[in-house]
Design a protein around this ligand. Structure first.
Ligand code: FPP
Length: 356
């Protein structure tokens, strides 16, 4: 009996443990932490998911979810501008979304128009540059005109690059880029051997934005859904469980904090600090990093924002989340393999090879 127990314990200790990618729960409590601008992502992309479920769970029509989602979007755009984020890309309407009901599409189109009419002055005053990602010509009038006017009016602005994906599909964007290059070759403006990654990226709707550093998706879904496939190649991903209308500044800050803690290697290796450089075990916590500007100031750029103090995650945000749809994303590293069955496997782990 005793030996059986001992054998089981030993087996348990010696058994190779599968590792899982840790999907850090956005809902978890965390220490208040100031985020220096040097730790902020340059480009944030957001899949604003869950408007419909937010509404349905309240017995409201789906259009009410989109209206509430527009309020969240307004605030997150302002917050991105306040924090000095260089580019923000929002997935507002995909090429697949045309398959929704006529009422829902109409509600979305009318919200779009209302948003641009009511916000364009403020956005322009804040030097926000609006770019529509997607096929604007495929949008109905008067949305098409409003979008073209917004882009035209803000085209010389040097503040936040606000990219709104409308009538957008990632594969369509890549196909379009290939076609544009082929046309240049056909016109004799380009030799095929001149085509490299930079030239390819220059044909994309996001040509003026850096690659995406951080992708946020709300509503607990964990996929990229044909959004910015080229630009997301090395993006860090954070999945929040709340529906988009409930995503606010506090949650945004938490996502930014999670991003700041990630170890980005871009396929390389980050050398651990040499013993001589490592802090002594009892040393005081390192002072905040010098606050580099988040972006290069253009000559006529707006005054730098007082971003650093504001990007501290407020304590209040660590409070328990609202009851509905806030089951935390699993912290897979702590879960047993059985509990973590729907988490992503770490394909770098030899034990996990072939299982993903
Ligand atoms: C996804 O939720 C959301 C959308 C398809 C639309 C997003 C649009 C807005 C936030 C507002 C309009 C945009 C602008 C720029 C003013 P879903 O409807 O797929 O939610 P579900 O998965 O719960 O059904």
């Amino acid at each position: 009996m005793f030996f059986d127990k001992l054998t089981r314990m030993l087996n348990d200790i010696l058994r190779p443990k599968p590792k899982y990618i840790t999907v850090t729960p956005v809902n978890s409590a965390g220490p208040t932490q100031a985020l220096p601008p040097s730790k902020l992502p340059r480009h944030v992309a957001i899949i604003m998911d869950g408007n419909g479920r937010w509404a349905t769970s309240r017995g409201l029509p789906r259009s009410a979810g989109h209206a509430a989602g527009t309020e969240a979007l307004r605030d997150i755009i302002r917050a991105s501008d306040d924090y000095g984020i260089e580019a923000l890309s929002l997935y507002a309407f995909s090429t697949e979304n045309w398959s929704r009901s006529k009422e829902e599409i109409q509600a979305l189109m009318s919200l779009l128009l209302k948003y641009f009419n009511s916000e364009i002055d403020e956005l322009d005053e804040k030097h926000v540059k609006i770019t529509i990602l997607g096929d604007v010509d495929g949008m109905p009038e008067p949305q098409r005109t409003a979008l073209i006017n917004a882009m035209e009016r803000t085209k010389d602005n040097t503040g936040l690059k606000l990219n709104i994906a409308l009538n957008y599909g990632g594969r369509a964007e890549l196909t379009r880029a290939a076609r544009l290059l082929a046309e240049k070759v056909q016109r004799g403006e380009l030799a095929p051997e001149d085509i490299d990654e930079d030239l390819f990226a220059a044909q994309l709707y996001t040509a003026e934005s850096p690659d995406v550093d951080l992708l946020i998706r709300t509503s607990g879904e964990m996929r990229t859904s044909n959004f910015l496939p080229w630009q997301l190649t090395y993006a860090e991903m954070v999945f929040d469980t709340v529906y988009w209308p409930d995503f606010d500044r506090a949650r945004y800050l938490k996502c930014l904090r999670i991003y700041a803690e990630r170890d980005r290697r871009f396929g390389g290796v980050n050398e651990p600090p040499k013993p001589s450089e490592a802090p002594a075990p009892e040393a005081e916590p390192a002072a905040a990093e010098p606050q580099e500007p988040a972006k290069e100031a253009a000559p006529d750029a707006p005054e730098p924002k007082e971003a650093a103090p504001e990007t501290a995650v407020p304590e209040a945000d660590n409070a328990a989340p609202e009851a509905e749809n806030t089951a935390p994303v699993e912290e897979a590293a702590q879960a047993s393999p059985a509990e973590a069955s729907d988490t992503v496997r770490d394909t770098n782990d030899p034990d996990e090879e072939g299982k993903a």
